[in-house]
Design a binder for this molecule. Sequence first.
Ligand code: 7TS
Length: 414
Amino acid sequence: MTDFSDLLLDVARVRKDFPILEREVHGKPLVYLDNAATSQTPLSVIAVFDDYYRRFNSNIHRGLHTLADEATAAFEGAREIVRCFINAADSREVIFTRGTTEAINLVAGSWGRANLGPGDEVLISRLEHHSNIVPWQLLAADRGFTIKVIPVDERGVLDQEAYTELLSPRTRLVAVNHVSNAFGTINPIADMARLAHEQGALILVDGAQAIPHMTVDVQALGVDFYAFSGHKAYGPSGVGVLYGRAELLEAMPPWQGGGEMIRTVSLEVPSTFADIPHKFEAGTPAIAEVIALGQALNWISEIGLEHIGAWEARLLAHATEGVAAVDGLRVLGTSPDKAGVLSFVVEGAHAQDIGLLIDQLGVAIRTGHHCAQPLLTSFGVESTCRASFAAYNTPEEIDVFVESLQKVLSMLRG
Ligand code: 7TS
């Protein structure tokens, strides 16, 4: 039995912030273990929307009236919260996007389109989410560069020797995730960044699964670009962040054109563009969502990322121990350095069937390829079941999950 008593996270208090956790599903208390897809939202973040639309809903940056001023101050305040949260040197290095996917597409569409061509190589890994694969494939078809893939070993750990060998002066960019959504593997980003830079390459990190679980210091990691989403970090959907080093962002051409990103527009001579970060924020952004994302990061800081990380690690250990007793169950992703993600398959039972039946018992897990088809294919499976943990999950919920899984399997096996 895993001991949680030494940990400094008051889970009962944390749970009070999440009204959704009180609901029932099919007459059973909800056990929400799909946090890698989307985490739940605390009251203080929900309250941002009420406050914003009741008191100062207004378009930002271009108004002179009070509401526009207040909305702009809150929006730019959120940029400073993000800067501080990831320890960026300058808030101009924080660009708001719709999410991780859009952040990566921005780098591909702007930096990639301007800098990549025949003879160049982009290194990705077999652990990537489709959103860090497909933008590079689309661009490669257009620009004629080559994509190379860092392999994983049988634990789902990136092969660092192969990485070193794949790196060469032809490598222009390394694009890897910080934490794998499918297996939970934590990648040694600081080392990988150093090796990339030694070859003159840049490094883009997909941090969608890292931001809510571990301290991310973009300067200490030495990364050039870092992307994440609000909805996996106790924030709303429809908002995310691209961090980019100022000198890179300044040299990059605009991506989307429109209002907000211009300095002057002329029909006779070329238009000129705003300074960063506004150059990359065309059109009216998701204002309330950005402010709410700031609040979500504040909520994480109040609980303390070190406490959240330690709590989730213990939940993972408890769940791993629990499923070890399940007949025919195989865990995929056994990296020694792993975030709170438990992916597994069970002999003689389809992941889809498990997912549907366990939902009847109130337990929400994810089944499928988790948008990481190349990874799953290399492990000889099309889909897995995945339980993923957040600060509000409890050891008792893990026990319900394991018991429910046993019930479902005895139903499926007749
Ligand atoms: N990168 C990683 C590592 C992810 O886990 C996800 C979403 C994305 C990128 C895309 O983020 P978005 O916010 O732009 O959609 N991952 C998952 C998941 O594991 N299940 O549902 C979505």
